[in-house]
Design a protein around this ligand. Structure first.
Ligand code: NAD
Length: 255
């Protein structure tokens, strides 16, 4: 089936992987609602994408850790395009840094609210609409290679991303009967504002741990998300795909 009339909600769509995903889906003629905390950036990005791809993209301000905002973003997609076929739960922050023995409870809770509660809410409200429409759908959550080991991200972030991975699996099992697929993308080191402006440091980390000789780009991740949400992946659900230049596969270097 053509994606010409389908509509997707992409959270964290004002920057990095979310923006690249929106552009990639628009290029495939999806209709897209960007949701982001930062309305200035979001409105501007929507305008830029509209200029490039035509009038099939809009922006809604939403804090993905707030249930009313996520429900509102899903409703905005239905109002704007008459349907919602896909949610990309992608918004994220680095969250609390530091040792588990030092992290304040409110910083821990903030990390899990933005990285995990957000994904639960996107699944809850997105899947309700998809189920009611009876057309099936697809959900992709952005976790991280940090989900799989202790060394690829801050402690709270790693724990939260591990929760995102299993949330994707349980959601896939629950929603398969409604023909709603749920998959998880696990980026490695991707050059976006999230890792800061110090690309040289990123490059040094990469040389140490990542086998592939180039830094990852938002477009590298967007390409995989576009595959996972599309019909080519119709039998793929409950799965994680790493996009990390071999970082996870290589594991620690002891020689
Ligand atoms: P980014 O900073 O470029 O984009 C993240 C977007 O999320 C921003 O536009 C930000 O405003 C938005 N956001 C943050 N908190 C929000 C909230 N409460 N409500 C709504 N929007 C909010 O970062 P990115 O690298 O594109 O990150 C996208 C996802 O990829 C995140 O989930 C991140 O954890 C994950 N990830 C990134 C990397 C990497 O190396 N860049 C690696 C692994 C996973």
């Amino acid at each position: 089936m053509s994606t010409a009339s389908r509509a997707a909600l992409v959270t964290g769509g004002a920057s990095g992987i979310g923006r690249a995903t929106a552009a990639r889906l628009l290029a495939e003629e999806w209709q897209v609602v960007l949701a982001d905390l930062h309305s200035g950036n979001g409105a501007q990005v929507a305008e830029e994408l509209r200029e490039e791809f035509g009038g099939r993209v809009s922006f809604v301000r939403a804090d993905v850790s707030e249930e009313a905002d996520v429900a509102g973003a899903v409703a905005a997609c239905v109002t704007e395009f008459g349907r919602i076929d896909c949610v990309v739960n992608n918004a994220g922050v680095g969250g609390a840094f530091g040792a588990l023995t030092d992290i304040a409870v409110e910083d821990w809770d903030y990390t899990f609210a933005v990285l995990v509660r957000s994904v639960f809410l996107g699944i809850k409200h997105g899947a309700r609409e998809m189920r009611a429409a009876g057309r099936g759908g697809s959900i992709v959550n952005t976790a991280s290679v940090a989900a799989f080991s202790a060394g690829a991200g801050p402690q709270a972030y790693s724990a939260a991303k591990a929760a995102v991975v299993n949330l994707g699996r349980v959601a896939a099992a629950e929603l398969a009967g409604d023909r709603i697929r749920v998959n998880t993308v696990c980026p490695g080191l991707i050059v976006t504002p999230l890792i800061g402006s110090d690309v040289d440091t990123a490059r040094a980390v990469m040389r140490e741990a990542q086998p592939w000789p180039d830094l990852g780009t938002p477009e590298d991740v967007a390409e995989v998300i576009a595959f996972l949400v599309g019909d080519a992946a119709r039998f793929v659900t409950g799965e994680e795909v790493t996009v990390d230049g071999g970082l996870r596969a290589a594991g620690p270097r002891i020689h």
